[in-house]
Design a protein around this ligand. Structure first.
Ligand code: 6GU
Length: 248
């Protein structure tokens, strides 16, 4: 997968050299290119923003540098591969695991993270006529810019690419227990030592009884989901849960 990021803070994307994403790059599974938007400015001050039409606080990113940047990135790629433009913005549609899966199937993602009050609307409208465009938000809070969202989205997408995670891990969450457990939060986990600061581990986990362990984990997942995300229980498919229950 190829991944381009156009930003006024290229150094903000340094974490893409680390950990899972960094390893995917070294292994040739991800081709990441970070570009400084200011290289497509032509004035002495490398201006990328201006005041908003209609008035109001803050600044808006000018369309010209973005248009030149996106054209240059496009021209530098395989003409036979369609780029997908991802615009992180708090007014986008929610970024979900479903969208991560969708994006992980695309060969080329181009990220356009904005600072200030956002990018001149005409840029997104113009590229949406030629490219697939996704405006996405990573949650109900406001960041100072989209760069942190690029890191979040990239990590969620990269771990889904074939060969990035070990086989066992990649298939456990996603394809084991289709439907039922997928909609619940993970319960608590434990490792050695068996006693830590006078605290034991739940006995069932050393019972050797796989059926009881699976049932206990499902019960813990339910309690946790009920406490932290009751909205997930509401939209659980009862038929899928019944099926999961019978499998235990
Ligand atoms: Cl994608 N960008 C910004 N600036 N703020 C956000 C966001 C994105 N998602 C949630 N808040």
């Amino acid at each position: 997968m190829r991944l381009d990021v156009v930003t006024i803070f290229p150094e903000y994307l340094e974490p893409l050299n680390v950990s899972l994403v960094g390893k995917a790059r070294v292994n040739g599974l991800l081709d990441v290119r970070v570009h400084d938007l200011r290289q497509w400015t032509h004035d002495r001050h490398n201006t990328v923003d201006d005041s908003p039409y209609g008035g109001g606080p803050g600044m808006v990113m000018k369309p010209d540098p973005w248009g030149e940047a996106l054209d240059a990135v496009r021209a530098d790629g395989d003409p036979g591969i369609a780029p997908v433009l991802v615009v992180p913005t708090p007014s986008g549609r929610p970024f979900t695991q479903e969208l991560a899966v969708e994006l992980s199937g695309r060969p080329w993602l181009v990220f356009a993270p904005a600072r200030y009050e956002g990018i001149d609307r005409r840029v997104i409208d113009a590229y949406a006529e030629q490219w697939e465009v996704h405006e996405v938000s990573i949650g109900d809070y406001v960041l100072a810019g989209g760069e942190a969202a690029v890191l979040v989205i990239t990590e969620a997408v990269a771990r889904l690419l074939p060969g990035v995670l070990g086989n066992a891990e990649s298939h456990r969450d996603d394809s084991f227990a289709p439907g039922a457990m997928a909609d619940l939060l993970e319960g608590p986990v434990y490792t050695k030592p068996p006693v830590w600061r006078d605290r034991d581990i739940p006995e069932v986990l050393v019972s050797g009884h796989h059926g009881r362990i699976a049932r206990w984990r499902r019960d813990q997942a339910f309690r946790r989901t009920d406490a932290h995300r009751p909205d997930l229980i509401e939209r659980c498919d009862p038929a899928a849960l019944d099926k999961y229950d019978r499998a235990l």
